[in-house]
Design a protein around this ligand. Sequence first.
Ligand code: NDP
Length: 315
Amino acid sequence: MAEKVSVLIIGSGPAGYSAAIYAARAGLKPVLYQGMQPGGQLTTTNDVENYPGYPKGITGPEMMEDFKAQAERFGTDIRYGMITSVELNSGGVHKAIVDEEHEIETEAVIISTGASAKWLGLEAEQRLNGSGVSACAVCDGFFYRGLDVAVVGAGDTAAEEATYLAKLCKKVHLIVRRDEMRASLIMQNRVKATPNIEIHWNSVTEDILGKTEVEGVRIKNTITNEINDVAVKGFFVAIGHKPNTDIFKNQLILDNAGYIVTEKGSTRTNIEGVFAAGDAQDNIYRQAVTSAGTGCMAALDAERYLAAKESHVMV
Ligand code: NDP
């Protein structure tokens, strides 16, 4: 038989836990499923220095433990497990399946499933993941102090990762597929002014070299077709993120990149009783503090939705 819960929160990043804190304090007894990566993307970062309230900074994992403890303090039921499918019924009872077996019924769902790093799709990328291949310079850059590394990508993330790594590493090879970068001008200028960053324009990664650990990268210039093997010990992929919204396809309205579309100024989706917060619906700001803010909004939206439903039933 299905378990009935009043508010189901899917995901455990800053958005999910903030929604949980607000929903729990409102007496809604939320149930939160942590998903594949408890704590979300911040658990793969090191120091967080821009989250207000931590003047000395804090590590991502510690911060997420604080979020979790605060959500638990007010009675959130925090559980391990993945929501593997949903059946969303506008204005009615929504169903969710946990780990393909346990069924949950709820009138309000808050989706805070976040986003995941994109990969190039090379075989070596997965084989050498954790052995030189990474999608997080701040997490893994430390291991490559004094060594040569490569970063692929040309957006703000790639620019940020390259300048971060340049402080630790001997040389950073930035592999850019076009003849210009997408990153903001200030970040581009910073990259270009850093003497130990070499930009490889019009270049794509043909392969990552090395059997058991990264030893180099094979780069192809798409104008000249010239192939060049560059010795590096670390290979950082910074080509953007993909929102974790696959299970909501064909039910919720998603934009072209898969981000959940919410009504302007709210967290309401196209399905009544379903709210979205954090990186699953935000392709622009993607910050811990903005995620937490939208998590709070989602809990308030859910609370008001449930209150309006209840008074409607009573009439
Ligand atoms: P973006 O989508 O902005 O950029 C992705 C980059 O990766 C693009 O330059 C793209 O190339 C390149 N790319 C994509 N696929 C491939 C591929 N297969 N091979 C090679 N290159 C590829 O993602 P970001 O993560 O950089 O940024 C996302 C958002 O977050 C942006 O809005 C950004 O401004 C913001 N952000 C802000 C920061 C800050 O303000 N401090 C820091 C980090 C992110 P192409 O340009 O050719 O399409």
